[in-house]
Design a protein. Structure first.
Length: 417
């Protein structure tokens, strides 16, 4: 691929109308991306245009219904390019959690007492509770532990827990709490060696890096478009043979065709229109940094530029955090290992609760999360659940070095107060 140019951050930020907001006279700094990113104007326009001129249910013998069918088809094709699969392997749903429950319940029909499912302590509860629900069928749930010092997955421990009884290994691509990027390809390979299926939660990774489900060879992968600059929707990739073979819980009137048999009731058509627009935003970003025309290639170029920009932000953030007295960072801090983390930082400061810190920052127009972010197993494992969890700072490609500096200054002021 030709050399990728640096992001034009002015162009990027001009795409997001919310970035002009002010709070108490200060520009809003959206460092809350892990809970949901901001959206480009084109996504807003696509949703509005659908509702204004194309609004109808599907499969009708008239114009707006046919246009709705086309809207869904276009979004399916866009997400296929985003994930590196075929369009009929893309399933839409309300959110990743609902889609994961749908898959877990269908897989559960095939499991028997004594079968095992392997999970990890790094994961969001949306990739834990849907599998825990299968304990009612006598399925045994096992957990792979972490290296507490840097909050990385213990791959040796994970491998040791996979056996001939393992039927599913469910793993997160990246931790939504501490930013660790897991070696998903290795985990998938370990699962397949034992004859198990591999389910990947890519919700937190999707805004930060390219996804290629064919290269990963995973059986399922789920993500949420509102985490990568789109509307509140979930997307599931499933290998075609699994989507056809498994028996979803569905309405009798629903088709048995793949992938529609996994999509119950009327979908959120307006947000599906927004999905296609958010993928096109990323593709256009790619076209702005390298000369290419294929959408998949453009998306790969976009993520190359995104990762270069985010690495600079991570280096600046890590250096600044290391200089704040009483601050503890949970997760990787070694500048030589930044390829194994994304720009999501979980911190605590001695003498201050995460809620206190988030509140004070919010008054300055700096938006950061406090709590456990549904990564309950991790906050319990690290002993912070009962005392407010973490302060989580989440950067994405529309964030700036100046915003990092404002955040660091806001934290320092709390320490000195």
């Amino acid at each position: 691929m030709p050399t990728i140019k640096a992001l034009d951050l002015g162009w990027v930020r001009s795409q997001f109308p919310s970035l002009t907001r002010k709070v108490n006279g200060n520009p809003a700094a959206f460092l809350d991306g892990p809970g949901g990113t901001q959206v480009p104007q084109r996504v807003i326009d696509a949703i509005s245009d659908y509702l204004s001129t194309h609004n109808a249910n599907t499969a009708g013998a008239y114009a707006t219904s046919r246009e709705t069918d086309q809207t869904i088809a276009e979004a399916r094709s866009a997400m296929a390019d985003f994930l590196g699969c075929d369009a009929d392997e893309i399933v839409f749903g309300p959110n990743m959690t609902s889609l994961t429950f749908a898959i877990s319940r269908a897989i559960g029909r095939e499991l028997k007492a004594g079968d095992e499912i392997l999970l990890t302590h790094l994961d969001h509860d949306a990739n834990i509770s849907p599998w825990l629900a299968l304990e009612d069928r006598g399925v045994n749930i096992r957990f792979a532990d972490i290296h507490e010092k840097d909050c990385t997955l213990d791959l040796d421990a994970l491998a040791s827990k996979i056996s001939s009884r393992t039927k599913i290994v469910a793993v997160g691509y990246a931790s939504n709490a501490v930013g660790t990027i897991n070696d998903v390809k290795t985990v998938v390979g370990l699962a397949h060696e034992a004859g198990a299926m591999a389910f990947v939660d890519a919700v937190h990774y999707a805004p930060h890096g390219p996804i290629d489900v064919r290269e990963l060879a995973c059986d399922f992968l789920a993500c949420s478009t509102y985490k990568f600059f789109g509307p509140h929707m979930g997307v599931l990739y499933g290998k075609r043979e699994h989507l056809a073979r498994l028996h979803p819980y569905k309405l009798r009137a629903n088709t048995n065709a793949v992938p529609q048999r996994w999509e119950w009731g009327t979908l959120n058509h307006e947000c599906i229109a927004g999905i296609a627009a958010c993928v096109e935003y990323l593709a256009d970003l790619g076209r702005s940094v390298v000369a290419c025309c294929d959408r998949r290639q453009a998306l790969m170029a976009a993520y190359g530029a995104i990762q270069t920009h985010e690495r600079k932000l991570m280096e600046r953030m890590l250096h600044g955090l290391s200089e704040i007295p009483g601050l503890r960072l949970y997760g990787l801090s070694d500048p030589a290992r930044l390829e194994s983390r994304c720009p999501t930082f979980a911190v605590r400061i001695e003498g201050h609760t995460p809620l206190e810190l988030a509140t004070k920052l919010g008054e300055q127009g700096i938006f950061a999360w406090d709590g456990n972010y549904y990564a309950i197993n991790l906050t319990e494992r690290l002993g912070v659940e009962q005392t407010g969890g973490f302060l989580r700072i989440g950067l994405v490609h529309y964030n700036t070095e100046q915003e990092v500096d404002r955040l660091l200054g806001g934290l320092r002021s709390q320490v000195l107060a």
